[in-house]
Design a protein around this ligand. Sequence first.
Ligand code: PLP
Length: 421
Amino acid sequence: MSDWTTYSKEELLELKAETQKRYDEYKAKGLKLDLSRGKPGSDVLDLSNGLLGALDTYKSENGTDIRNYGVPTGLPEAKKLFSDLLGIPAANLIVGGNSSLTHMYNVFAFLHLFGPKGFAPWSKQKVKILCPCPGYDRHFTLTDDFGAEMVVVPLKEDGPDMDLVEKLAAEDESVKGIWIIPLYSNPTGGIISSEKAKRLASMKTAAKDFRIFWDNAYGVHHIWEKNTAPDILKLTAEAGNADRAYYFFSTSKINFPGGGIGLVAASEENVAELAAHYAKATIGFDKIIQLKTVKFFGNADGIVAHMERIAELLRPRFDHVLGTLHKEFSGTGLLTWTPPKGGYFVSVDTLPGCAKAVVALAKDAGVVLTGAGATYPHKADPNDSNIRIAPTYPDLDELEETMELLVLCIKLVSIDKLLEV
Ligand SMILES: Cc1ncc(COP(=O)(O)O)c(C=O)c1O
C-alpha cells in the first residue's frame, strides 16, 4: 500500500470524505462492542466448566479436610501442580487466593509497611519503581497507591532498555524495584531475553533491597508456538541476589478470571517472611478451589493440553486482528505494531497525538477500547500513540465488525493529523 504521509491535501480530503461516509454508516448501526479488557470469551470459559463439579472428595492427599481452616501456604498437591508447571520448587511457593494482583498488592504493602527483613519500611523513604512501557495499567495504579514514583523506561521487543535500567538502579538508591511481564507482555506480547533477565538478576543496585516484580501472568498462554520465560528465581540465586525477585502467577486466564488460584513464588527466606505476614491476614486460603483445580487438570500436562485448546479458540481472533492490520496499514505510514508472540493483546502505535482521538471516535460509534494512555503511568503516554487491542473477549463476528470500525477511526484521525501539517 502507498504511504499516506506523502499524499497531497486534495488526496487526503478525498480519502477523508470516503472514510467518513463509511464511519457514519457504522455509527448508524448502534454497535455495542467491547475491545477493552483482557478477559476470556464464553467459549474459552466453557472449556473449564468441568472444574465446577470436579470434587469427589473433601480430603487432601495429606488427609487435610479442605472444608476447614489450615494449610496456609497451599495444599501439597496444588503446590506440586504449579511446581511442575512452572519449574519452581514447592518450597518456594505460596499458593492461594484468587488473584495474583492481590499477591502483588500484598507484597508491595508488606515492603511498604515493614520493609524487607533487615531493611527500613519503604514508607519511610523515597521510593521509585521502574516501569517498562507500554505496560500493564494495574501495575501502575498499584504502585501509585503506595505513593511510589513511577519512572518510565522504554520496553523493547526483548525486554526493557537494560542500559537505562542498570544506570538508574546503580545511581539512585531510591530506585527500589522494577515491574517485568516476562512472557507475552501486556500489551506488546514480547518476551524478555535470557540475557536481559540475567542482567536484571545480577546488576549492581544502589538500593540493597531492590526488588523485581516478575509478573508471569501469561506464562503458559501460547498462541502460535511455545516459549518459556527465563527462570528469574534461579538467575537471582545464581547471582547471589536470591531475595531480589518476587514471581507472580495465576489461573485467571487458564480457567476462571477471579475464580481460580493465585500464587507468589520467591526465595525460601522471602517465602517465610511473606508467610509470616499472611498468617496475620488469613487463617488459610480457599482450599476447595485448590483441590478442584488439581482434580480438574490432573497434572501440569493437563494444564498444557487445556492451554492448547484455548489457543485453538484464540488463534483465529489474533490472526484476524493481525491480518487486518497488515492489509489496511502495511506501508501506509499511519500505524506501527509488532505482532505479539503470544498472550492476550496486540499493541499498536498511531501517528503521534492520535491515540486519544481514535479511542474517542470508536466510543462515539459504540466500540469501547482500552483508554488511550492506559499503558503508561498516570495514563500519560508522552506520544499519545499507544493503543492496546484485546481480541480475546468478542466472538469472531463481533471482532470483524470492531476491527473494521477501528480501522476507519485510525484512518480518519490520521488524515486529520496529516492535514494539520
Ligand atoms: C500482566 C497481568 N498481571 C496480572 C493480571 C491479573 O491477574 P489476576 O486475575 O491473577 O489478579 C492481569 C490481568 O489482566 C495481567 O494482564
